[in-house]
Design a protein around this ligand. Structure first.
Ligand SMILES: Cc1ncc(C[n+]2csc(CCOP(=O)(O)OP(=O)(O)O)c2C)c(N)n1
Length: 378
């Protein structure tokens, strides 16, 4: 029999409600920072063979090289907007490895690498950074569609769009999901709550990632919300939600894979909070992290970054070595060089192209503007 006195006591025990949240969201981790496996069962459950492990390592290296080269180009004034990704390779590249071409990616501005591994050429990403209209065309080099929306600049807005697409996939009975990424700051936006709530209510095919990288520009996670875990926000929408070591590539992949299976089985969305760190400035537009965090803190996170642990893990397995890594990095840099040339050779956009690209059916005023700019050769 229910003891109503005891139930009432629990209902009014606010201290306990706060304390209980820690036990409710333990962190999924498989590879320790030194590359040692901490859970063999989870490794088996991930079902990654040697080729998969090498592919994940290569994708993370590709992302790191893109980060290094984009930062240099930005310093030379040859790039547009760039949001660094170093430190987030596992939460971006290992998680996205669990999805396939039919799945729809809803990226934020920091999630360019996930679009590139879907087949979007690097030269288009460069044009996107420069605000060129051709950087908003999501097709492969040979013009096949890439199932991704443009990187969203409006924080959290992609979550609303994700919910709608996820419902569409469910209604059409597709074996596909939407996978959307936002940051810790994104979880404070109304769009975030609306998106997860709608997707939860309709049990739509969505996997929501929250990359908790510690900061929303200069606002630290602790000032962002009083919620102990951002994953708890998913529970408010009635959807399974978990916290994952976001610098652990195997854990990120495993969480994403299981979430995808759940979401395609008709049971609804899953929310994954990845605990990671943005090792570099917010963007290349002049942010100085030392104004809001210490060098010691940054150095400590560099020791825990995902490439180190993945490198150690696969080197110990005997399937990776420095020579292979150097060769792959050289290959990637040759590719990036070629792609920069392609981007640089694309004719400058005209103002009329830009206006034409804004709406599928231009308004009367826009049609007038397009005519005027075209008549002036602009
Ligand atoms: C709706 C909205 N508000 C404010 C901004 C300005 N802004 C750009 S980035 C950013 C921080 C976002 O932080 P987070 O979601 O944690 O993502 P991160 O940049 O760390 O990947 C803000 C507030 C914006 N782009 N959109």
């Amino acid at each position: 029999m229910v003891d109503i006195v005891d139930t009432n006591k629990k209902a009014l025990d606010f201290d306990n409600q706060i304390a209980a949240q820690d036990d409710t969201f333990p962190m999924l981790s498989v590879l320790a920072a030194d590359g040692a496996i901490v859970d063999e069962t989870a490794v088996k459950r991930a079902e990654l063979d040697d080729d998969d492990l090498i592919n994940i390592m290569k994708r993370m290296l590709l992302s790191r090289q893109l980060d290094i080269r984009s930062t240099k180009l930005a310093k030379q004034g040859r790039f547009g907007f760039f949001a660094p990704t170093a430190g987030q390779e596992a939460s971006q590249m290992a998680s996205s490895y669990a999805f396939n071409d039919d799945d729809w990616l809803m990226p934020g501005y920091r999630d360019i690498p996930q679009i590139i591994v879907k087949g979007w050429p690097i030269w288009k990403a460069i044009l996107w950074s420069r605000g060129h209209v051709l950087g908003n065309v999501f097709t492969t080099a040979d013009d096949k569609p890439v199932n991704s929306w443009m990187p969203q600049i409006i924080i959290g807005a992609q979550y609303v769009e994700a919910a709608g697409i996820a419902l569409g996939l469910k209604k059409r009975q597709k074996d596909a999901v939407v996978y959307a990424y936002t940051g810790d700051g994104g979880t404070s936006q109304g769009d975030f709550y609306e998106g997860i709530n709608f997707a939860g209510a309709y049990q739509a095919n969505a996997v929501f990632f929250v990359q908790n990288n510690g900061y929303a520009i200069s606002t630290p996670r602790r000032l962002q919300t009083a919620a102990k875990h951002l994953a708890a926000k998913g529970w408010a929408a009635g959807i399974p939600s978990l916290v994952v070591d976001g610098n652990d590539p195997i854990a990120m992949y495993l969480a994403a894979k299981e979430a995808r299976t759940w979401a395609t089985s008709g049971k609804g969305p899953v929310l994954i909070e990845a605990i990671t760190d943005r090792l570099e400035p917010h963007s290349t537009a002049g942010d100085d992290p030392l104004r809001y965090r210490t060098q010691d803190d940054i150095d400590a996170w560099w020791q825990k970054e995902p490439l180190i642990r993945m490198r150690k893990y696969i080197t110990t397995k005997g399937i990776w070595d420095q020579e292979k890594e150097d060769a792959y990095i050289a290959e990637v840099n040759t590719l990036i060089d070629e792609q920069i040339k392609i981007a640089d050779n694309v004719p400058k956009q005209k103002i009329s192209d830009f206006v034409k690209n804004t709406l599928e059916v231009p308004s009367y005023a826009m049609s007038e503007q397009i005519k005027r700019f075209e008549s002036e050769g602009k």
